[in-house]
Design a protein around this ligand. Structure first.
Ligand code: AMP
Length: 225
């Protein structure tokens, strides 16, 4: 019998079970490249488009790392994922809930365009994982509803889009609330000069991983005319 290729990535049983239930048979190329680097605790600079499986490329090893170590501080946010749009934030939160369904971690999302009250209530339940769009998160930080001093892992998802949408100052303010000792993972579809500058400032000795569109899941779809 062939070994489960996800098992070879050193993910624990509750995660492997959730991945199997999602119907994933093989890790995608970004997952194969990124997961070992994240598990080794390294900073990451990844070039990957949506559709390549990039969310699982950071979510799976983050869940693994969370359950390998006890939190430094009780009831604190341990993981922060910044993403440019509401749709992406909702999707990332759903993915963490799916992959982490057999683990005891809570995931919450904060995003603009809806009332803050529900989000403030959810934050009081002390999630370990917070997914956020930059504007609303900064509001909540200023209102002292969110504390990021115990963040162990920071993900900047779709960094190029966050810059294009004018979130650079918000992103930098938010990052300055997190400890310098954090692990930082930056995902971007393109590598512009601005993304390079942000990466140089926020990442420490990052590993670079890349996927070409040819290696994405969509490349596996057969098209017939
Ligand atoms: P993403 O690039 O993170 O937006 O993921 C694109 C889609 O691929 C999502 O629907 C995921 O559920 C799916 N996906 C992620 N990893 C795998 C995998 N290893 N095998 C099959 N589908 C996957």
């Amino acid at each position: 019998m062939n070994p489960n290729p996800f098992e070879e990535l050193c993910l624990n049983k509750p995660i492997l079970r959730a991945v199997a239930e999602s119907g994933y048979l093989q890790p995608t190329s970004i997952q194969l490249a990124a997961i070992p680097e994240v598990l080794a605790g390294r900073d990451l600079m990844a070039t990957a488009q949506t559709g390549t499986g990039k969310t699982a490329a950071f979510a799976l090893p983050i869940l693994e790392l969370l359950q390998r170590s006890a939190p430094a501080k009780r009831e604190a946010i341990r993981v922060l994922i910044l993403t440019p749009t509401r749709e992406l934030a909702i999707q990332i939160e759903a993915n963490f809930k799916t992959y982490g369904r057999y683990l005891p971690f809570r995931t919450t999302v904060v995003l603009g365009g809806v009332s803050e009250q529900g989000q403030i209530k959810a934050l009081r339940l002390h999630p370990e994982i917070l997914v956020a769009t930059p504007g609303r998160l900064l509001d909540l930080i200023r209102q002292k509803r969110v504390q990021l001093r115990a963040v162990e892992i920071l993900v900047l998802d779709e960094a190029d889009r966050m810059l294009d949408m004018g979130f650079i100052n918000d992103v930098r303010s938010i990052v300055s609330e997190t400890p310098k000792t954090r692990q930082t993972l930056l995902f971007s579809a393109t590598l512009s000069r601005e993304v390079g500058i942000l990466a140089a400032d926020l990442l420490s000795d990052p590993r670079r991983v890349e996927t070409t569109p040819a290696a994405s899941i969509s490349a596996n779809i057969n098209q017939k005319v």
